[in-house]
Ligand binder design. Structure first.
Ligand code: EPZ
Length: 416
C-alpha cells in the first residue's frame, strides 16, 4: 500500500498538462463494444480505472492493446456478454457496459455494483430507462441478468440528470429500432464526448450537452480513431492546488467552458485567473476570501471538485458553506482533514467551514478518489510533513500525480 510523503509550504509554480478524461474514456471503451470493427482511442490516461476497464473488455473476449504512449486499440470480439463481480466491485463504472451489450448482443450479465465511499450510487434510473426500451432485467445471485428481443426507441424522462443513466440509455438507443428522446439528460462534457464518438461511428445523436437528447437508431456502427477530451476534474484539481499554495500554475488542456463555475468561484475567493483557448492560469498571493459553493450537475459546480474546494476554503478569511447536492455522503474525508487543524463541521448536506490561518502536517488516510486528492492539496499547503496513506484511491483517477506535482515544485515522494 503506497503512501505520499509531502513536505508542505512550497508555492506551486509552472505548467502542467492535463491527461485524458477518466470519466469520458471509460465510456468510450464501453461504446467500442457497439462497433463491428476495431477502434483506436488516443490520449488515454494511464490510471487504475482504465486498466480495470481493459480487464472487463478482455474478460468478454475483446482484444485490447494499451501501449506506453496513451493509445488504445480495441477489437470488440465479444464471446461472453458478462462483467464479473471482482472487476465491477473494483470499479462501479463497469455498469456502463450494460447498455452497449444489450444493444449489440441482446443480453448482458453484469455484477451488481457494491457500495461505495461516497454514497449508495443507485442505478434505478439506468434500469428503468433500459426496461422502457424493451429490456427485461432480473436480479440473480448478485448479478443483473438482462435480455431483450430488440430494443425500441421511446421517450425516456430521467428523474435526475444522472451521468451514468444518460450514457447507458444513449448507448442502448444508438442501435435501437426507432427514435429515443432522453429528457432531463445529464449535460456533462463527457456526455458530449461520448456522443461525438458514437456519431463518428455512424450513430445519429442530436442535442448532447443539452437537457434533451434525440437518438435515431441505426443498424450498425463502425470502428473509428478518436482522441479523448482533457480531464476537467484533474485540471480543476491543479488550479485549486495553485491557489491553496499561493502559487501560479498554468494547466495545459484546461478548457474554460468545462470549468466555468470553478473559475468564477476561485475568482470570487480572490484568485487571479487568465484563460486561453486551451489553457488556464491561476495565481493567488494572499489568503482567500470565504465564499459559498453549491455543488450541482453540470454546468453547476462539479461534485468531483467539492473536496478540493472545501480544503481550499478551510484556509479562507471567514466562514464558507459548501453544499453537496449530488451525492448523499461525500464528506468522509473531512474527519481526516480536521486532523490537520481545519475547522469544518458537517450539517446534513452542508460543510460549514470556519477558515483558519494555517494547516499542520499530519498522517492522514485517503477515503476515496477525490477526498484523497483533497488531502494531498491540504498537505501541500500545510506546515510540516503530511503522510497520505491508501493512495490507491488517488491512483484510480490521477495519472503521474506525484510527478506532475514535483514538476510544479512540490516536495512529495512515495513510500511503500
Ligand atoms: C459519474 O458517476 C462520475 N463517474 C462521477 O465521478 C461523478 O461524480 C458523477 O458522474 C456526477 O458527475 C464516472 O463518470 C465514471 P450519477 P455516476 O449517475 O454516473 C444518483 C469521480 O470522482 N443516481 O450522475 O455514478 C446517485 O446515487 C467519480 O470521478 C440515482 O439515484 O453519477 C448520485 O447521488 C465519482 N439513480 C447521483 O444520482 C441512478 O440510477 C449522481 O449520480 C443513478 C444515479
Amino acid at each position: 500500500m503506497g503512501k505520499f510523503v509531502i513536505e508542505g509550504g512550497q508555492p506551486l509554480k509552472g505548467k502542467v498538462k492535463a491527461s485524458g478524461a477518466k470519466n469520458a474514456v471509460l465510456k468510450l471503451m464501453a461504446a467500442s463494444l457497439l462497433s463491428d470493427t476495431p477502434c483506436f482511442i488516443s490520449n488515454v490516461p494511464k490510471i487504475r480505472d482504465v486498466f480495470t476497464m481493459v480487464e472487463v473488455l478482455r474478460w468478454m473476449g475483446a482484444e485490447v492493446d494499451f501501449d506506453g504512449d496513451h493509445r488504445m486499440f480495441i477489437n470488440p470480439k465479444v464471446s461472453k456478454a458478462e462483467a464479473p463481480y471482482d472487476l465491477v466491485s473494483q470499479m462501479r463504472a463497469s455498469i456502463i457496459v450494460l447498455g452497449p451489450l444489450l444493444a449489440k448482443y441482446g443480453k448482458a450479465k453484469v455484477a451488481m455494483p457494491g457500495g461505495c465511499n461516497i454514497g449508495s450510487r443507485k442505478i434505478d434510473l439506468h434500469l428503468k430507462g433500459l426496461e422502457s426500451m424493451g429490456a427485461e432485467i432480473e436480479v440473480k445471485g448478485g448479478f443483473f441478468e438482462a435480455k431483450t428481443k430488440g430494443l425500441r426507441g421511446t421517450l425516456v424522462p430521467l428523474d435526475f440528470p444522472s451521468v451514468g443513466a444518460t450514457e447507458n440509455i444513449l448507448m442502448a438507443a444508438v442501435l435501437a429500432d426507432g427514435e429515443t428522446v432522453i429528457e432531463n439528460a445529464a449535460r456533462e462534457p463527457e456526455i458530449v464526448d461520448l456522443a461525438n464518438f458514437l456519431n463518428k461511428m455512424g450513430a445519429q445523436i442530436k442535442g448532447a450537452g443539452g437537457t434533451s437528447i434525440k437518438i435515431k437508431g441505426v443498424r450498425r456502427l463502425k470502428g473509428v480513431n478518436y482522441q479523448v477530451i482533457p480531464d476537467r476534474i484533474e485540471a480543476g484539481t491543479f488550479l485549486i492546488a495553485a491557489a491553496i499554495t499561493n502559487g501560479e500554475v498554468t494547466v495545459e488542456g484546461a478548457r474554460s467552458e468545462h470549468l466555468e463555475l470553478v473559475i468564477s468561484k476561485l475568482r470570487e475567493a480572490g484568485a487571479k485567473i487568465s484563460e486561453k483557448d486551451n489553457e488556464v492560469t491561476v495565481s493567488l498571493s494572499k489568503r482567500p476570501q470565504a465564499i459559498d459553493v453549491a455543488v450541482l450537475p453540470f454546468p453547476g459546480f462539479p461534485t468531483d471538485l467539492q473536496p478540493q474546494i472545501t480544503v481550499f476554503l478551510s484556509l479562507a478569511e471567514g466562514i464558507s458553506i459548501v453544499t453537496e447536492n449530488v451525492f448523499e455522503n461525500r464528506f468522509l474525508y473531512v474527519d481526516e482533514l480536521n486532523r490537520m487543524g481545519t475547522d469544518v463541521r458537517i450539517e446534513g448536506h452542508h460543510a460549514i467551514i470556519r477558515g483558519v490561518s494555517k494547516l499542520y502536517g499530519a498522517p492522514v488516510k485517503a477515503t476515496d478518489l477525490r477526498g484523497g486528492a483533497a488531502l494531498v492539496l491540504a498537505g501541500l499547503a500545510a506546515e510540516g510533513e503530511t503522510i497520505v496513506s491508501d493512495i490507491y484511491h488517488i491512483e484510480r483517477g490521477y495519472e503521474n500525480f506525484k510527478e506532475k506535482l514535483e514538476k510544479l515544485g512540490a516536495r512529495i515522494s512515495i513510500i511503500e
